[in-house]
Design a binder for this molecule. Structure first.
Ligand code: SF4
Ligand code: SF4
Length: 304
């Protein structure tokens, strides 16, 4: 049996920003919220969200052996690029692909736990499993889901990646999170696309982050007008959040920002129309998954 103290020591050694434990089952409020989001059509073209609905809402359906979930946060905050042509790009893709960086750190956590108890079975997920990660992070009392729909880590802010480690052992859940949004409305009022329909409910059809990353095909005139020079993601609802102003600190892991200069130069060049250049600049970054054609579409729109 692993104690909460042993688990905390393992997380600290891994150099991740924070870790907490959640039960595998989700509170009814997350289930209601997700169903409302889907039935309102706010998932836009992300049909896989609908297809994996049952798995998302009941983790034990697919992983019956899971007894607890270790949720891990890692701070990726850095200053934004400041391209001369005003083109903007989200902070979270300024370095090496976060999936592999976070997976590497989480592997050391799993190894640390296995060193204490060799019988533990564990499975690592970084953004790739059918889970409501933010709900689990809140259940693990690591922070709260803000009105922006972003997860805000207590003492960290929202510029953090969330990883999930499914575990075959019982560890006492961490406690209850406190939502500190209060009467603040900054993210809702300042979202350039009017995508935050009500607190925590985001219409992907309008959200710049969705449009630049997930949307297939061309933009309509109305969509083009909303993009506000973002070519990958959008950080506005995070930039205006007072908790980020208070808590955000430069990430200690330089791998999350080591491509910044290269990316800024690419952005400033404007659209080169050169697939080899795209491949060279974005190799092993999260942007590589966007593919050249979509980046070209986004750059063309931003430069209009
Ligand atoms: S990411 Fe941008 S467009 Fe989407 S909700 Fe936040 S501020 Fe609005
Ligand atoms: S900007 Fe205000 S309302 Fe929005 S997430 Fe931050 S604290 Fe909450």
């Amino acid at each position: 049996m692993i104690t909460f103290g042993q688990f905390k020591d393992v997380v600290t050694t891994s150099k991740l920003s924070a870790g907490g434990i959640s039960e595998p089952s989700l509170d009814e409020k997350y289930i209601r919220h997700f169903n409302k989001w889907l039935t309102s059509g706010y998932h836009a073209e992300m049909e896989w969200m609908k297809r994996t609905r049952d798995d998302r809402l009941d983790i034990q359906k697919r992983f019956p052996w899971v007894k607890s979930i270790l949720v891990l946060l890692d701070n990726y905050f850095s200053d934004p690029i400041s391209a001369k042509n005003g083109i903007k790009i989200s902070r979270y893709v300024m370095g090496q692909d976060y999936h592999s960086v976070l997976e590497e750190k989480m592997s050391s956590v799993l190894l640390g736990l296995k060193n204490i108890d060799g019988k533990i079975n564990g499975k690592i997920y970084v953004d790739t499993g059918p889970f409501l990660e933010k709900a689990y992070a809140e259940q693990a009392s690591l922070g709260w889901i803000g009105k922006s729909g972003m997860f805000i880590g207590t003492g960290i802010g929202s510029y953090c990646f969330i990883g999930m480690l499914l575990l075959s052992i019982d560890i006492q859940p961490s406690g209850v999170a406190i939502n500190r949004c209060g009467s603040c409305m900054f993210c809702i009022d300042q979202c350039p696309a009017g995508a935050i329909i009500e607190p925590g409910l985001i219409d992907s059809n309008r959200c710049i982050s969705y449009m630049t990353i997930e949307k297939k095909g061309n933009f309509s005139d109305a969509e083009r007008a909303r993009l506000d020079k973002w070519v990958y993601g959008c950080d506005v609802c995070q930039e205006v959040c007072p908790w980020n102003r208070k808590w955000s600190k430069l990430t200690p892991d330089s791998r999350y920002m080591d491509r910044k200069n290269q990316i800024q130069k690419y952005i400033e060049l404007g659209n080169t129309g050169n697939i080899d250049k795209f491949t060279m600049v974005f190799k092993n970054t999260a942007i590589e998954r966007l593919k050249f054609k979509r980046m070209q579409r986004n750059m063309n729109t931003a430069l209009q």
